[in-house]
Design a protein around this ligand. Structure first.
Ligand code: BJW
Ligand code: ZN
Length: 237
């Protein structure tokens, strides 16, 4: 921990990749593992364009439930620590796979949402996009003014990540001195591949996770525990 703390304190350029685990202590279930969302709901039935085409109401019920859970949740000390780290680091990028918006609410500014945003709606017919924070939504699926139905503005399996955001994420990973990987199982690509990009570019890689991940054996520092406890300790300089 001490060495990692010094790398972070000295770094002029830091990039961070977060996953569902960073929001777990805010009461938002993760996708995989004990209590993961997908134990109760089959992922392949919900987070794919095919599922939405087949049964948009069920998919929307899942998202509406999650939106209401997130709306009641608060950012935790891990989210707040990243906002603080951004304030004292000259070049900082927060790459998040999370769609919950808790990084925004914690005060982070440069956020690259590679899997979209649960508060954003997009018309499946005309492509119009808008923000909607209503919980619960009065009508599922929510209608667009064109008469079409909206979908959540998130990235499902088999869909491309938003190109501009993904390019910026790749650049951040390839040009940072320290790369922090927090609360992700690192199983979903291409986001998980950013760890290899950062490593290949010579960054010090620090992982924080409750459990071991496919990258734990190859990172420079693997810290096992809760992000809300370890991250505030790690950024103390
Ligand atoms: C804590 C903690 C605490 C808990 N403190 N830690 C083989 C077959 C089929 C597909 C593929 C394949 N190989 C590759 C693919 C592609 C596929 C993929 O990766 N599949 C794998 C699963 C195999 N990827 C895609 O399809 C992507 N698109 C793509 O590749 O496009 C190609 C293309 C190009 C051009 C044109 C068209 C297409 C898209 C992936 C989209 C992922 N979407 C989701 C849903 C988003 C919306 C929503 O939220 O509903 O993103 S899936 C879900 O997984 C979500 C997450 O962002 C993502 C990652 O999960 P995450 O964040 O890592 O969470 P968990 O639950 O897995 O892990 C939590 C971790 O936290 C655990 O490790 C815990 O230990 C830890 N933890 N408490 C610290 N307190
Ligand atoms: Zn429309």
């Amino acid at each position: 921990m001490q060495a990692a703390r010094e790398w972070l304190a000295k770094a002029r350029s830091v990039a961070v990749l977060t996953g569902a685990g960073i929001s777990a202590e805010s009461g938002i279930p993760t996708f995989r593992g004990g209590g993961g969302l997908w134990k109760q709901f089959r992922a392949e039935d919900l987070a794919t364009p095919q599922a939405f085409a087949r049964d948009p109401v069920t998919v929307w019920e899942w998202y509406d439930w999650r939106r209401c859970l997130i709306a009641r949740a608060q950012p935790n000390p891990a989210h707040l620590a990243l906002a603080e780290l951004e304030n004292r680091t000259p070049r900082f990028s927060l790459i998040t796979q999370n769609v919950d918006g808790l990084h925004d609410r914690a005060g982070s500014r440069r956020i690259l949402k590679v899997h979209g945003d649960i508060w954003r709606l997009r018309c499946a017919a005309c492509g119009k996009e808008w923000d909607d924070y209503t919980c619960p939504l009065p009508q599922l699926p929510p209608p667009c003014s064109c008469g079409g139905m909206a979908r959540p503005g998130v990235v499902w399996f088999g869909e491309a990540l938003p190109a501009d955001v993904w390019t910026a994420a790749g650049q951040a990973a390839a040009s940072c001195e320290v790369f922090l990987v927090i609360g992700t199982s690192a199983l979903v690509y291409p986001a998980a591949g950013l760890v290899t990009v950062a490593e290949g570019a010579g960054a010090r890689v620090i992982e924080i996770n409750l459990e071991r991940t496919p990258y734990s054996g190859q990172v420079d520092c693997s810290l096992q525990g809760k992000a809300g406890e370890l991250l505030p300790e790690l950024i103390k300089s």
